[in-house]
Structure formats: structure tokens, C-alpha cells
Design a protein around this ligand. Structure first.
Ligand code: ZN
Length: 411
């Protein structure tokens, strides 16, 4: 997939506008001696921008229009250092709601639906994004925000909510609570729109089964509008990205070069019509791939796979780029295994080695199982790991993010 002429023209106009602005990008482009883009090659030569650049522009260094045109700011969570502030014009807010409305439509949600919103409201883009899109669609919004599970379930029953929007972990928690309380027959949910954190097939199937709903994955990040720049359709073959608003690239995170369609790499996004804080070739560090070919739904919007991790998680072994997600997908084919695993990389006798630890119960032949897993990894990814089978409960577990990859090669 390459940038088309319309998109190229939009980026060119954006660059020409930014060159005359005294902000982070104006300065960056002037320093790089860029005056515009007129070809794919020129576009692919534009410098990337990074989260750190956006942090350095704190608080309002990204603002690319006179202040009187800004109607709102949002901020990405500042859990690690200075937050990023994104200013929005009225048109940006409206464009975002338009994109979000399209997301709901792709999920088959209509003005007759009642949408319960559980992501948070405030500085970050979650709750309000879901809300503005739903109002543009004409649906009835039940704006709950996160937490207070008692009230959440009560409202869900009383208001007969038909759509739940949530993170995968909160959707799972609600599913379990509904099950525990035995109130499933009083819940009217049909669909779930789930924020695109990385989640495995096992969790997904559980939410879908316990709530009896169809699930849709929505994508986006605060730096680029927020959630709602793409969603999966009913064929569940990846997330369609609205490339009339945002241009999508997948690059090799090590070399910065674009990878062929179908190959995994880092998502890089360029806004095409954003006014308040346009971004050019912004590195998201999210890992995915462009799904080649056309979706059975007939939509021409390009598709990306579910986010499979962060580029910081990428492993390079024996010249092959590997993401933990790819290993996870192989392991998911073995129902005898628990959901836990650990990958350890070491350098022994001049050679890189990958050991994969997995858990199962005592009823299987450990050696035979290990051989089968090693063969499956070899056939899917191209090299043979050492597989170690352990009893269930041996591998470390954590409430937050479990560390799946331990690289001992450069210690
Ligand atoms: Zn589709």
C-alpha cells in the first residue's frame, strides 16, 4: 500500500501550512529543509515524529493554529514522565465524531441502539470520544464512565443497554459479575465495542460467550484524535482504518523502512486534515500488519490486524524479527496449555537460543508435548526453540502486565 495522490496533496498542504507556524513542527520542518512533498519517495523520506518530541513540546508547543481556534485539549496519560497535550479545533472535534460514527455504523450499530459507555471521561480521549460519536449517530448514550460495577449492571438492566463500550479487562469483569449474579436474562446487550489493548483469543471468546454478544475492536490513540480511527467489521478480519483522515504505514522498527503488506511492523500514522495539532509520520510503537486483499464486506478502507504488542517487545533472533504474539498464536493451538508462557533468550556457545516455558497439567507426556510445540513454532516462524513444559502455577503471574520475554543475551 502506497500513499495516493489525494493523500499526498493533503500532506503537502499540511506541510506548507506548518512551515509558516511557530510551533514544534514548523521548526522541525524548516530545520530539515523540507518545503513540501510531491512523490511517494519524498513522503517516505520525511522524518518520523516520536512521543518524546510531543513531550518536549509540552504544554502547547504542538498548537498549529491561533489559540482562538482551539476549543479543547486532551492529554495522554503521563504515567511515564511529562504528558502530551493535544489541542483540537471545532473541526477536529467534529471530524473525530464523524469517524467514530462510522465505527459504530461498521459495527451495525444504529440510532435505535442504547450505548453504555464505561471508559473514563476527562483529560483523556476515551469516554468523550465514544459519546460524541454515539450522539452523532443518534443513539441513546448511557454515560457511566468506569467503575461502580453495581450501578453499572443495574443501569444496564434498567436502561436495556444494547451496546457496551469498554476495555477488554473491564468487559471481562462485567461478564463475570453478570454470570455470578445470575442476571444474564435481564441484560439486553447485543454488541461490545472494545478498545484495542492487546488481548488474546481466550479472553475474547469468554467475554463473547458469557455475555452472548458480538465483539468489535476499535483502534486509536490520543495523539491522533483518540479511539475511533478504525474498527473491525462483522467479518472480523482486522480493523478498517479511515484513510481519508489518517494515512497508515507499517515500518520495520529497527530500520525505519516500510515493510511489504502482510508483514508485521510498527504502525506509523500521518493525519491528513487535522488542524489543531497535525502529526506527520508519528511512530505509535504499536505492532500490527496490513492485511492484504479486500475484506468480504467490500469496504475499500485498508485493514490492520489486532494490535499484537509494542515495538519495544520485538525480538530479533537468528536474523528473524519475532513478536511474542506470534509465539502466543502457536501456543493457542494447544488446548492442553494454560494461558501463561514465558520466552527466555540467551546466548550460548556463540549462538542465540530461545527457550519457551509453558504450563500444563500432569496428564500429558511432557516430552512429546514439547516436541510438538517446537515443531509448530518451526513451521510457523522458521526456527526451532527449546520448549520446557512445567506444571500449572509455576510461571510468574502479575495483576498488571506480566513480563513474557526475558532477554539474557546482553546482560
Ligand atoms: Zn470489512
Amino acid at each position: 500500500m502506497k500513499i495516493n495522490d489525494v493523500q499526498l496533496g493533503q500532506v503537502d498542504r499540511q506541510i506548507k501550512r506548518l512551515l509558516n507556524v511557530d510551533n514544534f513542527y514548523g521548526k522541525k520542518l524548516r530545520e530539515a529543509g523540507i518545503s513540501g512533498v510531491s512523490s511517494v519517495e519524498e513522503f517516505e523520506g520525511l522524518p518520523f515524529s516520536q512521543k518524546q518530541d510531543l513531550r518536549d513540546a509540552y504544554p502547547l508547543g504542538l498548537m498549529a493554529v491561533p489559540e482562538e481556534e482551539i476549543v479543547r485539549i486532551h492529554s495522554s496519560s503521563g504515567t511515564t514522565g511529562t504528558p502530551v497535550i493535544i489541542p483540537y479545533t471545532a473541526k477536529d472535534v467534529d471530524d473525530w465524531a464523524e469517524m467514530f460514527k462510522r465505527c459504530y455504523e461498521f459495527a451495525g450499530i444504529t440510532a435505535k441502539d442504547r450505548i453504555q459507555i464505561t471508559p473514563g471521561y476527562g483529560l483523556w480521549t476515551a469516554g468523550i470520544g465514544f459519546q460524541n460519536g454515539a450522539e452523532k449517530l443518534g443513539a441513546m448514550v448511557v454515560p457511566m464512565g468506569p467503575g461502580n460495577t453495581n450501578k453499572q449492571i443495574q443501569m444496564m438492566m434498567d436502561m436495556k443497554s444494547t451496546v457496551i463500550t469498554a476495555t477488554s479487562s473491564y468487559a471481562l469483569l462485567l461478564a463475570e459479575e453478570i454470570e455470578k449474579r445470575g442476571v444474564k436474562d435481564r441484560v439486553h446487550l447485543k454488541k461490545g465495542v472494545i478498545g484495542s489493548e492487546r488481548w488474546g483469543k481466550k479472553i475474547r471468546d469468554r467475554i463473547s460467550k458469557e455475555l452472548g454478544i458480538e465483539l468489535y475492536d476499535i483502534y486509536g490513540l490520543t495523539e491522533i484524535y483518540g479511539p475511533g480511527i478504525g474498527i473491525s467489521c462483522k467479518h472480523d478480519t482486522g480493523m478498517h482504518i479511515w484513510d481519508d483522515y489518517v494515512y497508515l504505514e507499517i515500518i520495520d522498527p529497527k530500520t525505519g523502512k516500510n515493510v511489504p503488506d502482510g508483514e508485521f511492523g510498527e504502525i506509523v500514522l500521518t493525519t491528513l486534515v487535522k488542524e489543531g495539532a497535525p502529526l506527520i509520520r508519528y511512530r505509535t510503537h504499536d505492532i500490527s500488519r496490513i492485511i492484504p486483499g479486500e475484506c468480504p464486506c467490500g469496504s475499500k478502507f485498508p485493514r490492520i490486524d489486532i494490535i499484537s504488542g509494542r515495538s519495544d517487545d520485538m525480538i530479533k533472533i537468528k536474523g528473524v524479527n519475532v513478536f511474542p504474539k506470534q509465539i502466543e498464536e502457536v501456543l493457542e493451538c494447544f488446548p492442553e496449555l494454560s494461558s501463561e508462557y514465558q520466552i527466555r533468550l540467551s546466548h550460548l556457545d556463540g549462538k542465540d537460543t530461545m527457550r519457551i516455558y509453558v504450563e500444563t497439567n500432569g496428564s500429558v507426556n511432557f516430552q512429546e508435548m514439547a516436541n510438538r510445540i517446537a515443531a509448530a513454532v518451526k513451521s510457523k516462524i522458521g526456527f526451532t526453540p527449546l520448549v520446557k513444559i512445567v506444571e500449572i502455577g509455576i510461571l510468574p503471574r502479575s495483576e498488571k502486565k506480566t513480563k513474557r520475554v526475558v532477554d539474557e543475551r546482553y546482560d
